[in-house]
Design a binder for this molecule. Structure first.
Ligand code: HAM
Length: 420
């Protein structure tokens, strides 16, 4: 019997892990350049956090969470693997009073998230997200900044051609008025929608814009977009977001039907999409969520952020060959009985900070040389009986082929001199 990784959970083999690491390096570099500080929260939280934060009627909470039921023995409440990191980050902000130490906080994160979805290209059950969350400001320029962060990460990682889709779904006031108008308008046509839409409509009428079914999309296409129903303040906010995006040189498309699948959003929402991804075309998405911190028991404060999927970015980049790790030396032994001495040499070089390797498979001299070549070693240190009898090794510079005899105790200095 053999085992496979669980459905929707993948192993990152070394080549792919290297590709992920390059993307993560771009994330860290860009986020820190923009003044965001890293936060790491647990991969599981009390289930109620997501029910309250993400919303009980969302697909994520209703159908997709990996939940560990409560245990009656110790009274521990239900736990869930995090399906996203916005609610956990807001929870941590409140729990640790970060907003009291600084009224304005800019945070970023990278890590795994979990959703029990039907796996397909670009959709996994364990996937890697990075994102930023900025807490404590209503400034529309901050919305634009978060969009610029994602655009810059994608550029730094080497992603070409993504589209930025933008919408505003209004504040509590204009959203409520629009919701009533929408309900009144759709009620008559409800029978024509799919059963899923009909079911969700009562609880969250905006979800009908999210439905992927053609017939639902066709009916919804005739509905007035929420952008037309925005109050004065929300309209002003949205106009400033757009001006700031222009100022940052970021083209975007207005998408009046973009509502996003999480309940916490207010005002600005956005998604970065790519036609090269297929059905799961969202590289990242986010928006403003001015009510979330208060909803989770903290003070009222403006907040905005996004998250993006590393697997999807890796898909866009393709399987580019990973750059091989640097290799300063490879120790080759002529006689098998000198392998202990070779180990000693290699261990000393490594503790001195050199990168390199030696043979553990009992290979012939020729095969050891092939390994040195394959590793891209800059120097081969040959431990041969004649030199060794004089306390020396032969160092071959692979770039030039030049060979020199070096005293064993002078090897570190010799390699250091050559690599300088
Ligand atoms: P989201 O749109 O649910 O937003 O997820 C963000 C990104 O995570 C998606 O655009 C996609 O790239 C990736 N993603 C989501 N689910 C999967 C999956 N099953 N497999 C692979 N990748 C996936 C959020 O999570 C919000 N917390 C974003 C946010 C932050 N809003 C404000 N701040």
């Amino acid at each position: 019997m053999t085992f496979r990784s669980p459905t929707g959970a993948e192993d990152l083999l070394p080549e792919r892990a290297a590709a992920f690491r390059r993307i993560e390096a771009a994330v860290r570099d860009v986020c820190e350049r923009f003044g965001y500080r890293e936060i790491r929260t647990p991969i599981f939280e009390y289930t109620e956090l997501f029910e309250r934060g993400v919303g009980e009627t969302t697909d994520i909470v209703e159908k997709e969470m990996f939940t560990i039921p409560p245990r009656s023995e110790d009274g521990e409440a239900s736990l869930s693997l995090r399906p996203e990191m916005t609610a956990p980050t807001a929870r941590a902000l409140i729990e640790h009073n970060l907003h009291k130490a600084r009224p304005f906080n800019k945070l970023y994160y990278i890590g795994p998230a979990f959703r029990r979805e039907r796996p397909q290209k670009g959709r996994l059950r364990q996937f890697s997200q990075f994102g930023v969350e900025a807490f404590g400001s209503d400034d529309p320029r901050l919305d634009a900044e978060t969009i610029q962060v994602l655009a810059e990460v994608l550029r730094a990682a080497g992603v070409k051609r993504t589209e930025i889709r933008l919408n505003s779904i209004g504040c509590g006031v204009c959203r409520a008025a629009y919701r009533d108008a929408l309900k009144a308008r759709v009620k008559a046509d409800l029978a024509a929608y799919c059963p899923n839409c009909a079911k969700r409509f009562e609880r969250n009428p905006f979800r009908i814009f999210d439905c992927k079914q053609e017939k639902c999309r066709a009916i919804s296409a005739n509905l007035p977009p929420i952008a037309d129903a925005l109050c004065e303040a929300c309209r002003g906010h949205f106009a400033e977001v757009r001006r700031s995006l222009q100022a940052a040189g970021l083209d975007h498309t207005l998408d009046g039907r973009l509502v996003r699948g999480l309940d916490y959003y207010t005002k600005t929402v956005y998604e970065f999409t790519s036609d090269d991804l297929g059905a799961q075309n969202a590289v990242g998405g986010g928006g403003r969520y001015d009510g979330l911190v208060a909803e989770l028991g903290g003070p009222a404060m403006g907040a905005v952020g996004f998250a993006a999927g590393i697997e999807r970015i890796a898909l866009l980049l393709g399987d580019g060959a990973a750059a091989p790790a640097a290799c300063d030396f490879y120790v080759v032994v002529i006689r098998p009985e000198d392998r202990g001495e070779a180990f000693k040499l290699a261990s000393r070089l490594r503790t001195e900070g050199f990168a390199g390797d030696l043979d553990y498979e009992g290979k012939s001299v020729k095969a050891q040389m092939r390994s040195a070549n394959a590793a891209g070693a800059r120097h081969v240190v040959v431990l041969g009986p004649d030199e060794w009898a004089r306390g020396e090794v032969k160092v071959k510079a692979m770039a030039t082929g030049a060979e020199t005899a070096v005293k064993a105790e002078a090897l570190v200095a010799a390699l250091r001199g050559r690599s300088a």
